[in-house]
Design a protein around this ligand. Structure first.
Ligand code: WA2
Length: 282
């Protein structure tokens, strides 16, 4: 009867949605582990050796050649912790000023032409990007603590020792919403029980990866059959009363059959869901 038909449809939708959510979550988890490994690489070969065995060219090539290990990422970069008393020495050594992300001319920030950005105003500390994958070379020299989302991520990453995610925001030089994943790099091996004060004290830098969510989810779904069958949306549901659409086109919540599958991206502070619907009404 029609009720049986309905429940078969419901089951089909649920299993298709769960499968897609699981694939996205697994790919995210794989790439998160590789970003973590890159943080350990920088710790071992940049901070753990004197002289350092990593420079921009080495980092850029290694990041590019291992990018197949980090599905869904659009690029990785490394920002150094610089306290104000070290700023002048740091800028002399690199031959450029630490730039700030915010500007009166928001178009300059979005296009991200570091030469045209203002030097960062005086702060206690900075997080200028010193190494980057070619795809995000435009963020080199920018103080990542001068952007709200990046700053919050840096503070949370170094106090926790865990990989942390931003809310969705418009990435530099991109028209899409994305998220940034950050791992802190420490100058000593820390016990899992280290306090956040000990972690902050031992911090030397921040390894981050950016995810251009719409284009990357599109790529993932493209590999699957059944794109004709279901519509997929991905939401950041951290604030349950104000979900943020990260992928797809918002549809007025009609009464048609829909499935919400949970997505676990490994940061307990953030919640995500995949919502699926059939394209055709029965
Ligand atoms: N990476 C790429 N594009 C961005 C961005 C970012 N942050 N922020 C805004 N647009 C080096 O957490 C440290 C990367 C930040 C890491």
């Amino acid at each position: 009867g029609s009720r049986e038909f309905h429940s078969r449809r419901e089951e089909t939708l649920a299993s298709m949605c769960d499968e897609r959510a699981r694939m996205l979550q697994d790919q995210f988890n794989v790439s998160m582990n590789h970003v973590h490994a890159l943080a350990i690489l920088v710790s071992t070969f940049h901070h753990g050796k004197n002289p350092s065995a990593i420079d921009q060219k080495t980092f850029g090539e290694y990041a590019e050649r291992t990018s197949f290990e980090r599905p869904l990422t659009s690029g990785v970069a490394y920002a150094l912790k610089v306290v104000h008393s070290e700023r002048e020495q740091f800028e002399k050594q690199h031959g450029w000023r630490i730039k700030k992300m915010e500007s009166d001319d928001q178009a300059l920030v979005q296009d991200c032409i570091p030469e045209k950005l203002d030097p960062a105003p005086v702060q206690d500390e900075y997080a200028p990007v010193i190494f980057s994958q070619e795809s995000v070379a435009h963020i080199v020299s920018i103080d990542m603590m001068s952007g709200k989302e990046d700053r919050e991520n840096i503070l949370r990453a170094r106090a926790s020792g865990k990989g942390v995610l931003t809310s969705p925001f418009k990435l530099l030089k991109s028209n899409n919403l994305g998220v940034v994943l950050t791992f802190a790099v420490y100058n000593v091996p820390l016990s899992p029980h280290a306090t956040s004060e000990q972690r902050i004290e031992a911090t030397v830098g921040y390894l981050g990866a950016s995810y251009d969510v719409p284009s990357l989810v599109e790529k993932l779904l493209h590999q699957l059959a059944s794109r004709q069958t279901i519509v997929v949306n991905v939401y950041d549901t951290t604030n349950a009363s104000a979900p943020i659409l990260m992928y797809g086109t918002d549809v007025a919540e009609d009464m048609s059959l829909f499935r919400a599958s949970n997505l676990d991206f490994g940061d307990p502070m953030r919640k995500h869901e995949m919502h699926c619907r059939f394209k055709q009404k029965p």
